[in-house]
Design a protein around this ligand. Structure first.
Ligand code: C6P
Length: 412
């Protein structure tokens, strides 16, 4: 069947609501995405028919809930091309997945004087855990420079990669600039150097096909809520031998083998890293989201977003006083950051909202990148499969209103 975003929109109940009397235009998909009826239904069905705790009970409901959770794990593994579902750990989100690696792998393996290589465009989620780790271990953080165009300076990657580099951790796609980073080049360079690679897939995994086996990454983190799934569930993929050698992250029920009052032995991964009752409904919802994306096809999603981005960039380029950030279309996903000269991004966001257009404004949890570009924040558009070309018309309409109010002194 041919791809039709207008038809797809019928699957998303929220998209028919009004905001401030206008039809909602949702361009804040990098923050979180909306949920289609099959995802909402899968969660609702689980609570209506199956709800029980997992891996604990012998009763029917508990067995069914356990099966549903483990089937979700298998589906996630297939989705990212992981050969073994045991390499999939359910976390709360990308942030927790990265913290898990920093805590469990980092504290065991990093020593004073060793280095972690990040980039200047990292989200705080892929910066702060390493800062905390570096304060505790004496390991140092180095960074790959971002060029004025918003791509990674690969010369600085090569320069900063050295015998002390234990891990290279970077976003596959920037949540601010939309830059799609050269994953393969980084993975191959890092591995040649004997360094591990962690990919922050929060912004990329929902929007483009990615295979952990083919790309040979060591760790991958992403969030369910940015890919049509519910909030509260995320994923850490890790190579089996790495996970097996890692001590636990959180201690508690579910992650043990044998416990005495003094000591304990731990379960094998993924159980070792899933202490306490997991977000069972969340995992089931994530599975439904993956089925939905699979039906549409991630290549199709990527192509559609590319077209929207191309047109939106054209619209923005034709607006005087708009400053655009980030690379050309060939290196970019469906994210556009911009500013209107002399107007604070929060004011831009407020006026867009008055037109029913949801965008994100501010530093996007990337303060070092803002500092690099000498700005306090940006206004950001981010697209997904249910956005339409017609919706793009809201951009100049809202921008003209911003200009009218903030540039001509008109009172509202
Ligand atoms: N970025 C945005 O509006 P969590 O919150 O754990 O699901 O995802 C964190 C995260 C990590 N890395 C990248 C590249 C991200 O974009 C995000 C989330 C959202 O840009 C919320 S700040």
């Amino acid at each position: 069947m041919t791809f039709d975003p207008v038809r797809i929109r019928h699957d998303f109940p929220i998209l028919s609501r009004k905001v401030r009397g206008k039809s909602l235009v949702y361009f804040d998909n990098a923050a979180t995405t909306q949920k289609p009826a099959p995802v909402i239904e899968a969660i609702s069905q689980y609570y209506k028919t199956t709800n029980a705790n997992v891996h604990r009970g012998v009763h029917t409901l508990s067995e069914e809930a356990t099966t549903a959770l483990e089937e979700a794990r298998i589906r996630v593994a297939q989705f990212i091309g992981a050969a073994d579902p045991a390499t999939i750990i359910f976390t709360r989100n990308t942030t927790e997945a990265i913290n898990l690696v920093a805590y469990a792998w980092g504290r065991k393996n990093l020593k004073k004087g060793e280095e972690i290589l990040l980039t200047e465009m990292e989200h705080h989620s892929n910066l702060i855990p390493w800062q905390i780790l570096s304060q505790e271990t004496g390991a140092k953080i180095q960074t790959i420079t971002v060029t004025p165009e918003g791509t990674l300076d690969m010369e600085s990657f090569r320069k900063n990669l050295n015998s002390r580099t234990r891990l290279v951790a970077f976003a596959a796609m920037s949540n601010v600039l939309g830059t799609i980073n050269p994953i393969q080049e980084i993975v191959e360079g890092a591995h040649r150097n004997g360094s591990l690679v962690l990919v922050d897939g929060a912004a990329a995994i929902p929007h483009l096909p990615f295979n952990v086996s083919a790309s040979n990454v060591d760790f991958l983190a992403f969030s369910g809520h940015k890919m049509l799934g519910p909030t509260g569930v995320g994923v850490l993929y890790g190579k089996k031998e790495l996970l097996e050698a890692m001590p636990p992250f959180l201690g508690g029920g579910g992650m043990i083998q044998q416990v005495s009052l003094e000591t304990a032995t731990y379960a094998a991964p993924p159980t070792r890293f899933e202490a306490g009752t997991p977000d069972i409904a969340g995992a089931i919802g994530l599975r439904a989201a993956i089925e939905y994306l699979h039906k549409v096809g991630l290549e199709t999603v990527q192509q559609h977003e590319r077209e929207l981005t191309r047109k939106a960039l054209e619209l923005l380029r034709s607006e005087p006083e708009v400053v655009l950030y980030g690379p050309g279309l060939e290196h970019r996903g469906g994210i556009i950051s911009f500013n209107l000269e002399g107007v604070h991004p929060h004011d831009v966001g407020t006026i867009f909202d008055s037109e029913g257009v949801a965008i994100r404004v501010g530093h996007h949890c990337c303060q070092p990148l803002m500092k690099k570009f000498k700005i306090s924040g940006t206004a950001r558009l981010s697209f997904y499969l249910y956005n339409t070309e017609e919706e793009l018309e809201a951009i100049p309409r809202a921008l003209h209103k911003v200009k009218k109010i903030f540039k001509s002194g008109v009172k509202v």
